[in-house]
Design a protein around this ligand. Structure first.
Ligand SMILES: *[C@@H]1O[C@H](CO)[C@@H](O)[C@H](O)[C@H]1NC(C)=O
Ligand SMILES: *[C@@H]1O[C@H](CO)[C@@H](O)[C@H](O)[C@H]1NC(C)=O
Ligand SMILES: *[C@@H]1O[C@H](CO)[C@@H](O)[C@H](O)[C@H]1NC(C)=O
Ligand SMILES: *[C@@H]1O[C@H](CO)[C@@H](O)[C@H](O)[C@H]1NC(C)=O
Ligand SMILES: *[C@@H]1O[C@H](CO)[C@@H](O)[C@H](O)[C@H]1NC(C)=O
Ligand SMILES: *[C@@H]1O[C@H](CO)[C@@H](O)[C@H](O)[C@H]1NC(C)=O
Length: 627
C-alpha cells in the first residue's frame, strides 16, 4: 500500500516535471523562432541597403548599392507579407516580457510597411535637398575601410554603380511625374548647387577621389597602387559626368513638373504623421497641441523677460543679447572647451540622481568638419574603438550663444541621445532592434520606421530634465532652453499648417520668425524641409509629450513610491520602440510597481499567497493519491 502511494507520488512528480519541461521548451522554441525571424529580417534589410550595412560595420555588401526601381518597391511588399505570416505563426502566449517586446516591435515594423504600401505612389522621388549621396558625399566615402586592395576594389565598384543608380532615380522620378506625385520645387532647388559642388572640373579635386590621394597602408605594392588609382580616376571621372547629366535632366524634365502646392494630399499627410509619430494622431490634434505648447512656452519666456524688465518681443530680446560679447566664445577651441566642462562638471554630477544605469562609454566632444546643425550625435562602435561623440558646429561662433549650450548638450549628449542609444546598444535584444536601419524619409509611409518620435522625444525630454534638476544656471540659459523648445512646438503648428490647413510658405516662415530667435535664412531651410518631409518635424514634440504624460500617470499612481531612475530605466529598456509600445510598456511597469508597493506595505499579502499555494498543493496531492 505504502509503496503504491510512493510510486503514484513519484509518477505525479515526473508528470509535473515533464509538464514544466514541455512548457519551457515550447517557450524556448517560440523564442528561438522569433529571434531567427528577426535576424532574417535584419539580414534582408542590410542586403537591400548596402550603405546602411557598411555604416553598421557589416562589410558583406561594400561593393554594392541599393537598387531603386518600381519593381523592387513592389517586391519588397511581398517579402514583408511573407515575413508577417511567419511572425503571426509564432504563438505569443509562450513569449516572455523581453521577447514580447521584440515581437511587438517587429510586428509594428512589418505592419507599418505593409499598410504604407497604399501610398507607394508617393515613394517615387529618391532625391531631395535633404537626402541623397550628393548631400554629404564625404560620409559616403568615409564610411568605407581603405586598408586592403579589396577595400579599394569595393569602393571602385560602388563608384561604378552610382551612374546606374542615377539612371534608376530618373526612371522612378518619371514614374512620379506620370502619377502626379512629384515634389515641390523648393525640395529640389538646392540640389543644383549640391550637385554643382560635386562636379568640379578637376577629377582629382573631387571628394570621391579622396581615398586615392594618399595611401594609408603601405602594404599595397606600388604597381598595384597605381592600377587602383587609375581605376579610381576613371570611375570618378565617369561618375562626375553622370552627375552633370543628371543635373541637366533634373532641370529639363523634373523641375518644370514639380508639384504646384506646398502641401500634399491630406490622407497621405495623415499617414505620414502616423508613420513619424508612431501613434494614431490626426493633423487637427497635432495642430492644437502645437498652438497650446507655443502659448505655454511663450508664457514662460514672458515671465523671464518681465523679470529682466525687457519690454520688446522674443526676437528683439535675442537680438539685444546678440550684441553682448559675454554670450559668445571667440574661437572653436573655446566652444569645444565650454561643452566639455559643461558635460563633465555641470551635467554628469547630476546623472546619478536621474539614472541607475550609465552608458558603457563616455562621450567625447569633437568639432563638426562641414557645416550643418548646431550639434549632432554619433554613436560609438559596439567595442568602443570608435568613441561616442557629440559633434559641435564651431564654424559660426557668432551664431552659437553660450546660453543655448546647456539644452543642446543635454539633447545630443547626456542624458539625451547618448543615454538612449547606449541603452539600445547594450540591451540584450535582436540585431534588428539594436542597429535599426535609418529609413529613407522620401519613402514614408511605405518604409520601415525607426521611431524618431521615441529617440527625438527622449532627447527633448532630456532637455526638460535640466529644468527639473536646476541645471540651467540663470535666466539666459533658461531662455536658451525655451527658444529650443518653442521651435519644436512651432513645428507642429506650421507642418500641419502647410499640409493640412493650406498655409503657404511665407505664412509658415513668418509664424516661426514671430516666435523664435532664428534668422530668416535658417527658417527658410527649415520650412522647405517640412515641405519636403511631411510630418517628420512633428515627431520630436509628440514624443516628448508622450513620455511626460506617461511619467505623470506613473507619478499619480505611485505617489511617494515613484522612483524617477526606475522610470527612466523602463523607458529606455530594449531600445527603440514605437510610442504605442512604449505606452503599453509603461502602463504595465506602473501597474507592476503598484503591486510591488502594496506587497511591500502589507507583507500579509505574501503570507496569504504562500498559504494559498500550500493548500492547493495539499489538495492536489490528496487528489492524485485518491486517483
Ligand atoms: C506555420 O507553422 C506551421 C506549423 O509549424 C507550418 O506548417 C507552416 O508552414 C507555418 N507557416 C508559415 C507561414 O511559416
Ligand atoms: C497610383 O497611381 C496610379 C497611376 O497614376 C493610379 O492608377 C493609382 O490609382 C494610384 N494609386 C493610389 C493608391 O493612389
Ligand atoms: C495632380 O495633383 C494635384 C494635387 O496635388 C491636383 O490638384 C491635380 O488636379 C492633379 N493633376 C492631375 C492631372 O491629375
Ligand atoms: C485611429 O483613430 C481612428 C479615429 O479615431 C480610429 O477609427 C482607428 O481605429 C484608430 N486606429 C488605431 C490603430 O488605433
Ligand atoms: C527691473 O525694474 C525694477 C523696478 O524698476 C527694479 O527694481 C529691478 O532691479 C529691475 N530688474 C532688473 C533685472 O534690471
Ligand atoms: C506675426 O506677428 C505679427 C505681429 O504680431 C502678426 O500680425 C502676424 O499675424 C503674425 N504672423 C503669423 C503667421 O502668425
Amino acid at each position: 500500500m505504502l509503496s503504491t502511494i510512493n510510486r503514484m507520488g513519484s509518477v505525479t512528480f515526473q508528470l509535473a516535471v515533464l509538464c514544466i519541461i514541455t512548457l519551457y521548451s515550447q517557450a524556448e522554441s517560440e523564442s528561438a523562432e522569433l529571434y531567427a525571424l528577426g535576424n532574417k529580417f535584419f539580414d534582408w534589410r542590410m542586403s537591400e541597403r548596402p550603405l546602411q550595412a557598411t555604416k553598421r560595420n557589416i562589410y558583406n555588401y561594400n561593393d554594392d548599392l541599393e537598387v531603386l526601381s518600381l519593381d523592387k518597391l513592389k517586391d519588397n511588399k511581398a517579402v514583408a507579407d511573407d515575413m508577417m505570416s511567419q511572425l503571426r505563426n509564432i504563438s505569443v502566449e509562450d513569449l516572455d516580457g523581453a521577447d514580447m517586446t521584440s515581437y511587438s516591435i517587429l510586428y509594428d515594423m512589418l505592419n507599418t510597411f505593409i499598410e504604407g504600401y497604399s501610398f507607394l505612389n508617393y515613394s517615387l522621388n529618391p532625391v531631395n535637398f535633404m537626402e541623397g549621396i550628393q548631400r554629404n558625399p564625404l560620409a559616403f566615402v568615409n564610411m568605407m575601410p581603405f586598408n586592403t586592395v579589396g577595400d579599394f576594389e569595393n569602393y571602385i565598384a560602388r563608384l561604378q554603380l552610382l551612374p546606374q543608380q542615377l539612371k534608376q532615380m530618373e526612371s522612378l522620378m518619371l514614374e512620379a511625374i506620370r502619377r502626379n506625385t512629384t515634389l515641390h520645387k523648393v525640395s529640389v532647388m538646392r540640389l543644383e548647387r549640391q550637385i554643382e559642388l560635386l562636379s568640379v572640373g578637376d577629377v582629382t579635386k573631387s571628394v570621391f577621389f579622396l581615398p586615392f590621394i594618399t595611401l594609408k597602408d603601405s602594404s599595397i605594392p606600388g604597381q598595384q597602387w597605381s592600377d587602383i588609382r587609375r581605376h579610381g580616376y576613371e570611375a570618378t571621372r565617369k561618375l562626375l559626368q553622370s552627375y552633370r547629366m543628371f543635373l541637366n535632366w533634373l532641370r529639363a524634365m523634373y523641375i518644370p513638373r514639380t508639384r504646384r502646392s506646398y502641401g500634399v494630399n491630406k490622407d497621405y499627410y495623415e499617414a505620414c504623421l502616423r508613420w513619424y509619430t508612431s501613434v494614431n494622431i490626426t493633423a487637427e490634434e497635432v495642430h492644437e497641441l502645437g498652438l497650446k505648447e507655443v502659448e505655454r512656452i511663450k508664457e514662460r519666456m514672458s515671465e523671464i523677460m518681465e523679470r529682466q524688465n525687457f519690454t520688446g518681443t522674443v526676437a528683439e530680446y535675442f537680438q539685444s543679447l546678440s550684441e553682448d560679447q559675454r554670450f559668445f566664445k571667440s574661437s572653436p577651441a573655446d566652444i569645444l572647451q565650454e561643452f566639455r566642462d559643461m558635460i563633465k562638471h555641470r551635467i554628469n554630477p547630476y546623472l546619478p540622481e536621474m539614472f541607475y544605469e550609465m552608458p558603457k562609454f563616455d562621450i567625447e566632444v569633437v568639432p563638426m568638419m562641414s557645416d550643418g546643425p548646431a550639434g549632432r550625435y554619433s554613436r560609438p562602435s559596439p567595442d568602443g574603438s570608435i568613441p561616442a561623440t557629440f559633434i559641435a558646429n564651431v564654424m559660426h561662433p557668432r551664431n552659437m550663444p553660450v546660453y543655448t549650450f546647456m539644452s543642446l548638450a543635454m539633447h545630443e549628449a547626456n542624458p539625451g541621445h547618448h543615454f538612449q542609444i547606449s541603452a539600445a546598444m547594450s540591451a540584450n535584444t535582436p540585431r534588428f532592434m539594436k542597429y535599426m536601419e535609418h529609413p529613407h524619409y522620401y519613402q514614408a509611409p511605405y518604409a520601415f520606421p525607426a521611431y524618431s518620435a521615441f529617440t527625438e522625444g527622449w532627447a527633448l525630454y532630456a532637455e526638460s530634465l535640466g529644468e527639473e534638476f536646476g541645471l540651467y544656471r540663470d535666466d539666459y540659459e533658461l531662455m536658451g532652453r525655451y527658444s529650443s523648445e518653442i521651435f519644436r512646438a512651432g513645428r507642429l503648428v506650421v507642418d500641419t499648417g502647410i499640409h493640412y490647413y493650406g498655409w503657404d510658405r511665407d505664412q509658415a516662415i513668418e509664424y516661426l520668425l514671430n516666435i523664435t530667435a532664428k534668422g530668416r535664412p535658417f527658417i527658410e531651410v527649415e520650412v522647405d524641409r517640412y515641405i519636403t518631409w511631411p510630418g517628420q518635424a512633428c515627431s520630436y514634440k509628440i514624443g516628448e509629450l508622450t513620455i511626460k504624460k506617461l511619467r505623470k500617470m506613473a507619478e499619480e499612481k505611485l505617489g511617494d513610491q515613484f522612483d524617477i531612475r526606475e522610470f527612466h530605466s523602463s523607458v529606455l529598456e530594449y531600445g527603440y520602440k514605437p510610442l504605442h509600445v512604449l505606452t503599453e510598456k509603461l502602463k504595465a511597469w506602473t501597474a507592476n510597481q503598484v503591486d510591488t508597493v502594496s506587497t511591500r506595505s502589507t507583507s500579509s499579502h505574501l503570507q496569504i499567497h504562500t498559504l494559498t499555494c500550500l493548500i492547493v498543493t495539499i489538495v492536489t496531492c490528496l487528489y492524485t493519491r485518491l486517483v
